[in-house]
Design a protein around this ligand. Structure first.
Ligand SMILES: [Fe+2]
Length: 278
């Protein structure tokens, strides 16, 4: 891990709330020249600046790995991370750690065999990508393989999965396999009953206490931008400050390789979030 947390938000707070206000993003595409994130180092640095401006303090760099859409490999991710972080000691931006968005595909068996599964930083959490149209039995077998080896798999953006949009009851089965769920933050910027099916599933999952963590999945400063505060504010307004706080703490727990907490949705009683971040 390199760099230093900006502390820009934490500086306005104190005590427990201060710790809570460190903003960690566990799913981003910031490494240069790997996937559909930034093409080169300059674009990656611009994206990092956008993370900083959005109030994000810590970023896991989770480029695609084993995806059929990108020809990436673990050495390439490590080299790009080194290029991005080299000489970053004076960088006034988010603290970085290397991870991957790991596709649940047959090739994962090789990484498992070699003990080369890319977790999030030094943690035991692994960000897992599934096909977007359904969740296969083979993918769940790979999830099981991760679990038995001591990893904690996190399913990236389940709200986008077409099968889960039609059959959200399948989320029970996925959770029983040991998956935690990471929902895309931007989904919460539409109201609970507005937006596309993915956004509605995101709110439903939140209300049912299924969301462990939210993340930006940022690729670009403009098209798929960083920034979690608008989502936390919307969640706070609709589901209560306590829900937003648990989600913030869970992202920080993943960074620290500590257990995440279960979500207990509740209606807001006071507008702490607006007072602090408004
Ligand atoms: Fe992603």
């Amino acid at each position: 891990m390199v760099g230093s947390a900006s502390g820009s938000i934490a500086a306005d707070l104190d005590g427990k709330v201060n710790e809570m206000a460190l903003i960690t993003d566990i799913h981003t595409h910031v490494l240069p020249g790997i996937d559909d994130g930034p093409n080169d180092l300059e674009a990656a640095q611009n994206l990092l600046a956008a993370f900083h401006a959005s109030g994000t303090d810590r970023v896991f760099c989770t480029s695609h790995l084993l995806s059929p859409h990108f020809d990436s490999n673990l050495d390439g991710l490590r080299a790009a991370y080194h290029r991005l972080t080299e000489g970053l000691t004076r960088h006034d931006g988010p603290e970085l750690a290397l991870g991957a968005e790991l596709r649940m595909t047959a090739s994962l068996a090789d990484l498992l065999r070699m003990g080369e599964v890319p977790a999030l930083g030094d943690s035991h959490y692994v960000l897992c990508e599934f096909r977007s149209d359904h969740v296969s039995t083979r993918a769940l077998e790979l999830v099981h393989e991760l679990v038995v080896r001591g990893y904690q798999p996190i399913m990236a953006h389940p709200e986008r999965n077409l099968e889960l949009q039609k059959h959200p009851e399948r989320l029970d089965e996925l959770a029983a396999c040991g998956l935690l769920f990471q929902v895309t933050a931007q989904c919460f910027e539409a109201g609970p009953h507005d937006g596309h099916p993915g956004q509605r599933l995101a709110w439903r999952m939140l209300e049912e206490g299924r969301v462990a963590v939210i993340a930006s999945d940022a690729h670009d400063p403009a098209v798929r931008p960083p920034g979690l505060l608008p989502a936390y504010e919307a969640i706070s307004a609709h589901a209560g400050d306590a829900v937003a706080e648990v989600l913030i703490m869970n992202a920080n727990a993943i960074w620290a390789d500590e257990p995440v907490r279960e979500l207990v949705p509740a209606r807001p009683k006071r507008s702490l979030w607006r007072r602090v971040f408004g």
